[in-house]
Design a protein around this ligand. Structure first.
Ligand code: TXE
Length: 459
């Protein structure tokens, strides 16, 4: 049994009260998690550490990020093992998606930091330049679906820009953040630079958002929680980045190359058991290829191996949507059932025959469930794609019209003939109820710094 500890000012600490970390593979208890309610000590440690960390040269902080990437890479098997234990995802997903990307996040921002150019704006009689100062102590809050992947996506740029960090992993999946804390201590990262606190969102998460010593909040999670975070942080004028939910459309055009589209759409539908905010949970198919596509899609599904969803509570939520779909007139083309074994397993589920405006087709389910819809022309495909309150991502599968259709989708990112193909320099984030702000490359650098203009009059 693992005892998860908070990392505060270089010390590992356990609170008097702890709660269980349960594996969705078989409902066994795998760890005890501290139930933290107060972050004063963590903020004090981070505040004390910030001036010297922020005072390092950018190159020195890049070297630290490389050291973190190195030690994570050296222990990548353990990262994947812990992620798999906590989330139930198969080892190949925990390794191929989570562990690799966690290393890459630190490696990418180390290299990116070295490439940042100074920004100057010449006037006839003066020179402006931009000084990027750290924001200060920043609060980073992440969800359970891609635990270290998403937390390291925030920690790396925050540290790069000279901030010190209070990080809070999801209370459902704290193991890899805890392990990262151990590794950072092992390599001698200065005390107080990275602090990690554990506990329930409405307790320790809320304490982070409310704390006046924390100057910026980067949050990834549900839209409902995002509203609470925004309402709490906005009156304090904290910098705020919100990466929230999605209900992304996958559009299969009449000229799609089905050899590429079929496996691509299956992957977009069900990777990580559909628990990625970028998953394509609404598949829109041109009527002329509908039958051909669907028979190949359902056949491909037979080959699919997925893990459980995150816990029994979430399984029950996902199952309630499958029941709702039946009431709304949906036909279950595949799956639809809980697997009869311990843990939180659901068959990959495909539902057709629903209106694209039904609740099942517009609300985020966040599980291995997709709805299938038929369209007759481009305008109808675009109308269907844009009909939800979300606007995070999407994909278009077409030999000739990919860009044209992609540009008309109301979402922060659209892939053409691929999905989840990521260049970490590009802007990542959503519009509408999918969030506020962008992260990635210069967008992360911008969020985690205060851009100060110095205007120097020439002699
Ligand atoms: O998210 P929460 P949950 C969606 C998905 C899922 C739903 C709920 O639809 O079913 O969100 O999942 C912390 N102040 N996504 O319950 O509650 C919490 O402890 C500050 C989409 O996990 O939003 C956790 O660390 N923090 C998403 C983090 O917020 C608070 C991925 C996210 O938890 C808080 C996961 C508060 N008041 C779920 N309350 C994506 N877009 O990637 C909770 N938290």
């Amino acid at each position: 049994m693992i005892q998860v500890e908070n990392l505060v000012g270089g010390e590992f600490i356990v609170t008097a009260e702890c709660f269980d970390d349960i594996s969705p593979l078989d409902n066994s208890i795998v760890a005890q998690i501290p139930r933290t309610k107060n972050v004063d000590n963590a903020v004090l440690a981070a505040t004390q550490a910030q001036p010297s960390w922020g005072g390092l040269d950018m190159d020195e902080r890049c070297d630290w990020l490389d050291k973190i990437a190195d030690i994570l890479e050296k222990n990548i098997e353990e990262v994947a093992r812990l992620e798999s234990l906590d989330t139930g995802k198969p080892h190949h997903v925990a390794m191929g998606v989570d562990a690799n990307r966690s290393v890459n996040n630190f490696r990418f921002f180390a290299n990116f930091g070295r490439s940042i150019k100074s920004e100057t704006f010449e006037m006839e009689d003066a020179t402006n330049y931009v000084l990027r100062k750290p924001v200060g102590v920043v609060g980073l809050i992440s969800p359970w679906n891609l635990p270290l992947y998403l937390l390291s996506w925030k920690i790396a740029p925050a540290l790069l820009m000279g901030n010190t960090v209070i990080a809070k992993p999801s209370e459902i999946t704290p193991l890899t953040a805890h392990y990262l804390g151990k590794l950072c201590t092992e390599i001698g990262l200065p005390n107080g630079v990275l602090n990690i606190v554990n506990g329930y969102g409405p307790e320790v998460g809320q304490a982070i958002v409310e704390h006046t010593g924390i100057k910026a909040i980067s949050f990834t999670g549900g839209t409902a929680t995002g509203k609470i975070v925004a309402a709490t942080a906005a009156p304090m004028f904290k910098k705020l980045s919100l990466e929230l939910g999605g209900k992304n459309a996958t559009i299969v055009m009449e000229d799609a190359d089905l050899d590429i589209a079929v496996p691509g759409v299956v992957r977009a539908s069900f990777l990580n058991s559909g628990q990625i905010c970028l998953c394509g949970s609404r598949v829109l198919i041109h009527s002329s290829i509908y039958d051909d596509f669907m028979s190949r899609y359902l056949e491909e599904l037979n080959e699919l191996e997925i893990g459980p969803v995150i816990n029994v509570e979430h399984r029950n939520k996902v199952m309630s949507y499958i029941e709702l779909a039946k009431k709304e007139g949906g036909q279950i083309l595949a799956g639809g059932n809980v697997l009869d074994k311990p843990g939180a397993w659901i068959e990959p589920t495909v539902i057709a025959g629903l209106s694209h405006t039904s609740r099942t087709a517009t609300e985020e389910i966040f599980g291995p469930v997709v709805t299938i819809h038929k369209f007759e022309n481009d305008a109808e495909a675009i109308e269907m794609a844009n009909c939800t309150n979300y606007g995070l991502a999407g994909s278009v599968w077409s030999k000739s019209k990919g860009r044209e259709i992609a540009e008309q989708i109301d979402s922060g990112m659209v892939w053409v003939n691929t999905w989840l193909h990521r260049d970490l320099r590009v802007p990542f984030g959503g519009i509408k109820d999918s969030g506020v702000g962008r992260e990635g490359g210069m967008w992360s650098v911008g969020f985690f710094s205060e851009a100060i203009n110095i205007c120097v009059m020439e002699d």
